[in-house]
Design a protein around this ligand. Structure first.
Ligand code: HEC
Ligand code: HEC
Length: 157
């Protein structure tokens, strides 16, 4: 019998099943308003789950020379942001995801776009001409190709 309740149940299964299948490509959206504001000004605020703890520490300790720009913040604000990023880093949990694969212990990557998993995904799937598209400009411009990147969703391009 196909009543409203069974339909609803079926829909729930589809949604839940789907988010499990794509669990690797989804990240929680950033909850911390200060991080969103201060780190989402010049580019989107990148999800902390894509870099290890040591990377966030180094990035936060060198904001005065941040990829050629001055992104410095007062000490208290910077400490708060650093804590949030470190607590949610790719190696913060009991299980390190794909973004930790092939990242050597003695390497402190400063770019998500240098992480082996990121490089592999994009080498395989993105044609070279796409990078020189004027709408893209930079590899770090995630939202150009992933419209819901700021919500941590990278599987709907
Ligand atoms: C004043 C502008 C500015 C602010 C504010 C800023 N950034 Fe950046 N950030 C940049 C620029 C410029 C780049 C290099 C972008 C590129 O290569 O296209 C960059 C790149 C990055 C990258 C590397 C992206 C990649 O994988 O290539 C990370 C990570 C990053 N920023 C983190 C942060 C964090 C964390 C904050 C907040 C504390 C922040 N940024 C605030 C300007 C800024
Ligand atoms: C020029 C377009 C482009 C840019 C810019 C780009 N990506 Fe991608 N990305 C792709 C394509 C195409 C794929 C492969 C299709 C797919 O798997 O959904 C992909 C795959 C991914 C995946 C794996 C998703 C999956 O379904 O397996 C992640 C995670 C990801 N990108 C994150 C990022 C992040 C983070 C940035 C910015 C630092 C970024 N991408 C910038 C085009 C781009």
């Amino acid at each position: 019998m196909l009543n409203k309740k069974t339909l609803l149940l079926a829909a729930t299964f589809i949604i839940v099943g789907n988010s499990f299948a794509h669990a690797d490509e989804r990240f929680p959206s950033i909850k911390d308003e200060t991080v969103k504001k201060e780190c989402g000004d010049c580019h989107m605020a990148f999800q902390p789950q894509m870099l290890p703890q040591r990377s966030w520490v180094k990035i936060m300790d060198t904001l005065g020379d941040h990829f050629g720009e001055d992104a410095s913040l007062d000490k208290a604000t910077a400490e708060g942001i650093k804590n949030y990023l470190v607590e949610n880093a790719s190696d913060a949990g009991w299980w390190s995801g794909k973004f930790m694969r092939g990242v050597r212990d003695d390497w402190v990557p400063l770019r998500i776009t240098e992480i082996p998993y990121w490089v592999r995904e994009h080498n395989e799937e993105v044609p070279n001409y796409a990078w020189s598209d004027p709408k893209v400009k930079s590899k770090a411009n995630c939202a150009a190709c992933h419209p819901r990147a700021d919500m941590g969703n990278y599987d709907d391009d």
